[in-house]
Write a protein that binds this ligand. Structure first.
Ligand code: TXA
Ligand code: MG
Length: 327
């Protein structure tokens, strides 16, 4: 495995050339997007996509998002292109938005995990866009972490999690959004949010007329797995995560520290063995969240206490990830 750091024009050119060459050769390339690092492979090459599943230990029932560089390239992979898909794409691409449409047969079944839909996304990161353009293929890419672990927001996180399972890591620095894209399914009558993200349901409803949530809180089990990746434990560090109400933080931390090495992720100063004080603004919080969770792993915390954020729409995607981590 090789890490290529992008610091100037020359290193950028070299990393993109190498990355594009490897993708065309059926290899795995980790690259930054604006949300989290992706583990990329040529989406049209079945054997290459199989390598993604193997590297992550990802269940074969979990479909992979395909990244393209333009709306026109996305449409080529879609069997049809609903009006709502067009409205959402025009409003939010490039950006942290994945649109699930019925797939064209050119998209291998392994990408869609046997289903008849495909999730498409035009990422907003310049290195991701340039890589896809130079590779001249659509790029299938889940988050570049082992299945069930915390998504990577730096090249170092990818390296620690996947090591030699990946052929190249393009290091473009820390990612900006910090949590994964919103996934919206437009194959039904009303667009349906399958995975919340920093682009919220209200913003989607404004451009598409209406939008519904998956209607399943992370703490409940869905009756039908519309998006299999949303099942089960996810986004979790190795230590046990407990979501704690603000008023109880001090007491819970004090009690737990008698028997465990305790990590604390809070909005204010709380005593813990490892402490990360987080911003009270949701975008800044999202940007720093996974680095904080990775730090709890690196510091070998047995228990991670996380102060519950406000119950407000702008925090919904963050609370979703925290509740999954706490399962
Ligand atoms: O921000 C992101 O979306 C990142 C970056 C790399 O683009 N990718 C990402 O991929 O988070 P992944 O595989 O870790 O999560 C994708 C989620 C999974 O929950 C998966 O089940 C769901 O999207 N998904 C993908 N394709 C789908 C489809 N055709 N139908 C329903 N859900 C789908
Ligand atoms: Mg993931």
């Amino acid at each position: 495995m090789q890490v290529m750091r992008v610091v100037d024009d020359a290193s950028r050119r070299a990393a993109l050339a190498k990355g594009a060459e490897l993708l065309r050769a059926g290899r795995l390339v980790a690259f930054p997007t604006e949300t989290v690092y992706g583990l990329g492979a040529n989406a049209l090459d079945e054997a290459a996509v199989q390598r993604i599943y193997d590297a992550k230990g990802r269940p074969a029932i979990n479909p992979i998002i395909v990244h393209v560089a333009s709306l026109a390239a996305a449409r080529e992979l879609a069997l049809d292109w609903p009006v709502s898909a067009d409205a959402i794409a025009r409003a939010f691409w490039p950006g942290p938005m994945t649109i699930v449409v019925r797939k064209q047969s050119v998209v291998p079944d392994i990408v869609s995990a046997g289903g008849n839909t495909v999730g498409l996304r035009v990422p907003a990161h310049p290195l991701a866009l340039a890589l896809i353009e130079q590779a001249r293929v659509p790029v299938a890419a889940p988050s570049a972490n082992l299945a069930t672990q915390v998504s990577p927001t730096t090249a170092r996180h990818v390296e620690r999690g996947l090591g030699d399972r990946v052929d190249l890591i393009i290091d473009g620095g820390p990612t900006h959004v910090g949590i994964e894209s919103t996934v919206v399914d437009v194959t039904g009558v009303t667009p349906r949010v399958l995975r919340p993200g920093m682009i919220g349901r209200d913003a989607i409803a404004r451009v598409a007329g209406a939008a519904e949530s998956h209607g399943v809180r992370a703490s409940a089990m869905p009756e039908a797995p519309r998006s299999p990746g949303l099942l089960g434990k996810h986004y979790a560090p190795r230590g046990r995560v407990i979501l704690v109400d603000p008023d109880a933080m001090h007491d819970v931390a004090r009690t737990q520290r008698r028997s465990s090495r305790v990590g604390v992720i809070s909005f204010g100063a709380i005593d813990g063995d490892v402490v990360r004080v987080m911003p009270r603004e949701p975008h800044a919080y999202a940007r720093g969240l996974y680095a904080a969770l990775h730090a709890m792993d690196a510091e070998r915390c047995d228990i991670v206490l996380i102060e519950r954020p406000p119950d407000a729409p702008e925090w919904a995607a963050i609370v979703d990830r925290l509740e999954r981590a706490a399962r």
